[in-house]
Structure formats: C-alpha cells, structure tokens
Design a protein around this ligand. Structure first.
Ligand SMILES: NC(=O)c1ccc[n+]([C@@H]2O[C@H](COP(=O)([O-])OP(=O)(O)OC[C@H]3O[C@@H](n4cnc5c(N)ncnc54)[C@H](O)[C@@H]3O)[C@@H](O)[C@H]2O)c1
Length: 364
C-alpha cells in the first residue's frame, strides 16, 4: 500500500472562539483523513501564540516564530484579539505579521449560501447566489505606513498620518489572480471595486491596471464599480456577482457584508494565499475572536471547517474539499445550526454532525 501523503500543518488557534473553532476544524479534518483509505494524513503542531502569550512574554508570537512556520505545508489559524490587548497590537503582532512576511497577497473569501440557513435577503429564496471576494492582502490601506507625531503640542495637538500603498505589481498580480479564478467558474465575470473618484492616485492606478489586465481576458465579462455602489449591489443585485476583486480594506468590509447576507459571519471561510508557494499559505475563518460568546461552546465552526476545505484545495485534494462541502450542506440542511443562525446546537453538536455526515458520505 502507498504510504499516506502526510501534510504538516501549523495550528494557531490564538484567542477566544478561535480556539473552539480550530479544535472543531481539526477534528473534522482528521475524521476526513482517517476515512480517506490511507490516502492522506495530517501531522499537526499547535502554537500557543495570541493575547495570553502576549501577557506572559510581551510579544504576540515567538521571536523565531516565522522561521518555525516557514517549512509547514500550511497554517490553520483561528482568530486573534482580546479586550486586554489593543487590537492594532494583536493584529499586527500575529496575523498581519504572518500574512505580510509570507507574502500571502491573495485573500480568497467565498460567499456561499447554504441550505437550511435563512438569509436576510429575500432574493436568496429564489435565486442561485454564489460569489467570491478576492482581497488584495499585502498592501493598500493595510500597508502599515504612517505615523503619529506632534503630541508635544499638548492636549488635542497630535496628528496621525495613515497612507495607502498601491503598487502596479501588487495591483496586477491580484487582478490577474481574480481573472484566473473567474475562468474556473460557471460565470466568467470579474467586478473590480475601488473608490477612485475620491482616491485619485492609488485607486486610479488600480483602475488602469484592471483595464489593461481585462484586455488580456476578452472571454471574461468585467465591470468597475465604486465601493459604495458595490455595497448596495451586494444587497440589491447579488445575482450579478461572480468574482469581486478589491483592495485590502474595501474587500475586508465587503466580505463581512457578504457573509452576513449568507446568514452569519460564523459561516465565512478564507484563504490567505502565497500563490507562488514560496511560503506556507494560511487558512482561517473570516470572523474574529468573538469575546461576547467565547468559551461557552456557542461558536459556529463552519467558517473554520470551510477554511479547512480551502486548505484541502490548496494541498491538491479538491475531491476531499468537495466532500467536506457536502458534509457542511448536509448538516445545515438537517437544521443543525448554532445560535448565530437561529438554532440551538453547540459547537460540539455541529462538529459531531459534520463528522457523522462525512461517515455517511462516500469518498469521491
Ligand atoms: N482574523 C482575525 O483574527 C480577526 C478578524 C476580525 C476581528 N478580530 C478581532 O476579534 C475581536 C472581536 O472583534 P469583533 O467583535 O469586531 O468581530 P467578531 O468577528 O469577533 O464578532 C462579531 C460578531 O460576530 C459573532 N461571531 C463571530 N464569530 C462567530 C462564530 N464563529 N459563531 C457565532 N458568532 C460569531 C460575534 O459573537 C459577534 O457578535 C477583536 O479583538 C478584533 O480585533 C480578529
């Protein structure tokens, strides 16, 4: 018998519900591997980084953390942030440090409508809705450029400058990524989102690069939409969407809107990809650490499990990813839903239901 392909995965549950959903996701992924007839296995190593680690050590991750992560096949992340640590310190000290150091420049965030989940959109009852947000994940508004100064002027005198960075290379690679993705979908369309009427430098450069890349893809339908109009379109005409590509901040906001329309932030999965595979990519639910429900077994694990499916695709196991999606659909269709979706199931109930659904399904 061929020995299983063993994938080395670094798990970073971090804070709050991140710990609950990573534990759930690992259990489901291990069940899938255990049922793969020996085709593949996971070798997990868990890292204790996050806000508690910060309280003990004064840093969000070990000094040699990036060195320790760089040879893993992938990173499976929970969520970072806790009220005891300012959010900009926790985010920059862990998640953004990993994304930027490992050049995970494409953040893929599917908006997937599930059976048995009531969407706030009436249209979702009668229309097939399915789109994916591609977020530029390395520069834009989250480039971390700027500073604060002049506090010496006394109370009320301080100034802060926060600059966005748009490089032609950065725009072009993520826009090309969006076109390549569109070519794999039933509807070959890319919607580019900016606010270039008001932001006349970086976002005008983005628009120009978009037009240039679009000209190389005549088989793909395109549109350029301002972000305010696109937020309205998410609600009013979502059936026109397939791939939506936008800068770091705009796509961050739009993807939360998309997951809320699909039913809950707890459903949304994401992949932070280094498409050249020079570094490991990172898979995480879109949601944060949810301090309001953390530690009570209430968290919806589907966003984390769906992120596991994106990880399987990245690892070259699309059939296994599809199997996981079918288990998610069977679970929500059966009405096994956590509180954010109006149900009464716990994180463990949903996790068990997902594992049971996998056991009932045939490996494809
Ligand atoms: N990728 C990340 O690590 C990430 C993303 C967003 C926010 N954060 C951090 O998380 C902390 C809390 O931020 P927030 O409250 O703005 O956003 P949040 O995503 O943690 O929570 C927003 C709302 O969604 C609910 N929710 C989130 N995940 C859920 C799940 N799995 N199941 C059910 N309900 C869920 C929460 O209960 C809350 O009502 C902050 O410290 C923030 O900086 C981290």
């Amino acid at each position: 018998m061929t020995p299983p392909r063993t994938f080395r995965i670094a798990a970073i549950p971090a804070d709050g519900v991140g710990r609950e959903v990573v534990a759930a996701g690992r259990a489901v992924l291990d069940a899938l591997a255990g049922d793969s007839g020996g085709a593949f296995a996971f070798d997990w190593e868990e890292f204790p980084w996050g806000c508690e680690y910060y309280a003990r050590t004064g840093t969000m991750m070990a000094d040699d953390g990036l060195e320790r992560l760089k040879d893993f096949d992938a990173i499976y992340f929970g969520a970072v942030g806790w009220p005891t640590v300012p959010d900009h310190i926790s985010l920059w000290g862990l998640r953004l440090r990993i994304c930027q150091s490992f050049d995970q420049w494409a953040n893929v965030r599917p908006v997937h409508f599930l059976p048995g989940v009531v969407s706030p959109l009436r249209k979702a009852d009668t229309t097939e809705l399915d789109w994916v947000v591609v977020r530029e994940n390395s520069e834009g508004e989250y480039a971390g450029l700027g500073g604060r100064n002049l506090s010496g002027r006394g109370p009320g005198g301080e100034v802060a400058v926060q600059s966005s960075l748009f490089t032609e290379v950065g725009c072009e690679r993520v826009i090309r990524f969006a076109f390549d993705l569109a070519r794999t979908r039933d509807r070959r369309k890319v919607s580019s989102v900016t606010k270039s009427n008001a932001q006349q430098y970086g976002m005008v450069l983005w628009d120009e690069v978009f037009r240039r890349v679009a000209a190389d893809h005549p088989d793909v339908e395109t549109e350029s939409v301002l972000v305010d109009a696109m937020s309205a379109k998410f609600v009013l005409r979502p059936e026109e969407l397939s791939v939506v590509v936008a800068s770091n901040l705009n796509a961050d906001i739009l993807s939360d809107l998309g997951s809320a329309l699909a039913g809950s932030l707890g459903l949304a999965a994401s992949a932070n990809l280094n498409p050249e595979r020079r570094f490991p990519s990172m898979f995480e639910p879109v949601h944060g650490s949810a301090p309001d429900i953390a530690g009570r077994g209430l968290a919806n694990p589907i966003g984390a499990v769906g992120s596991g499916a994106l990880m399987l695709e990245h690892l070259g196991l699309p059939d296994q990813a599809a199997r996981l999606h079918r288990a998610i659909e069977a679970t929500t269709a059966a009405g096994i839903l956590t509180g954010d979706l109006g149900g009464t199931a716990s994180t463990d109930d949903v996790t068990k239901a997902l594992i049971d659904a996998l056991a009932r399904s045939t490996p494809s």
